[in-house]
Ligand binder design. Structure first.
Ligand code: SF4
Length: 228
């Protein structure tokens, strides 16, 4: 029987070549079953996920800001800060991303009844390069943590993160499960946590207002939000 190697990470074993149990239908890809075509890609992906699991054991510290002492800064810097922060908090662009059930509450928040447009946030962006807010809405699995971190890295600074729901915040009902991240703060710094399972859309709106208060405290002379 033809042999092939398989395994996760550095552990490689040999075994029988993967056979499509349903046979190759007429017109199918001559390279074989989808499973055998993507085997290398699956191995690489598995190794990447395992690497992330083994290196993200500790949470990032929460970016807590001190209330700036207005008198210690020049009038010009304070005024520019005020103007920039007002513009930023009035036009936060959220990234279009939803992970699980919580995302439906996030979508409701953008609909007519709750109306994210009141904050200038109705344009959910399809590209991380045009977004400065990542709302992690729902259960974050280790497999999804890799692309989510990549999206976060592609967002320009200053950038903010809201953890929506108990799953995103601590794993929730899947706490200590092998496949669920025990809190999105293991993957990226989180600015605001919205509790609930799921949080109602108005709870998300309250979380966004908390974020607005936080954005007001940033200063040109300090560290940009999301900078590590
Ligand atoms: S917190 Fe509750 S509603 Fe939200 S993703 Fe988890 S299980 Fe679903």
């Amino acid at each position: 029987m033809e042999e092939t190697s398989f395994g996760m990470g550095n552990k490689r074993m040999t075994g029988p070549k993967l056979i499509d149990p349903y046979g190759t239908p007429p017109g199918a890809d001559p390279r074989g079953s989808l499973q055998s075509i993507t085997l290398d890609m699956d191995r690489t992906e598995g190794a990447t996920v395992n690497r992330m699991k083994s290196t993200h054991l500790e949470p990032f510290p929460d970016p807590v800001l001190d209330v700036p002492d207005e008198l210690s800064r020049s009038v010009i810097v304070s005024s520019v800060d005020y103007l920039l922060n007002w513009a930023r908090k009035s036009s936060v662009f959220p990234l279009q991303s939803g992970l699980a059930c919580c995302s439906f509450e996030m979508i409701s928040a953008a609909m007519a009844r709750f109306d994210l447009a009141r904050f200038g946030m109705e344009a959910l962006r399809a590209s991380p390069r045009q977004a400065d807010l990542l709302i992690v809405a729902g259960t974050l699995t280790w497999k999804m943590a890799v692309p989510l971190r990549r999206l976060y890295d592609q967002m320009a600074e200053p950038r903010w993160v809201i953890s929506m729901g108990v799953c995103a915040t601590s794993g929730g009902p899947y706490y200590q499960s092998y496949s669920v991240v025990p809190g999105v703060n293991h993957i990226m710094p989180v600015d605001v946590y919205v509790p609930g399972c799921p949080p109602r859309p108005d709870a998300l709106l309250y979380g966004i207002m908390q974020l607005h208060d936080k954005i007001r405290l940033y200063s040109l002379t300090g560290q940009a939000a999301g900078q590590e």
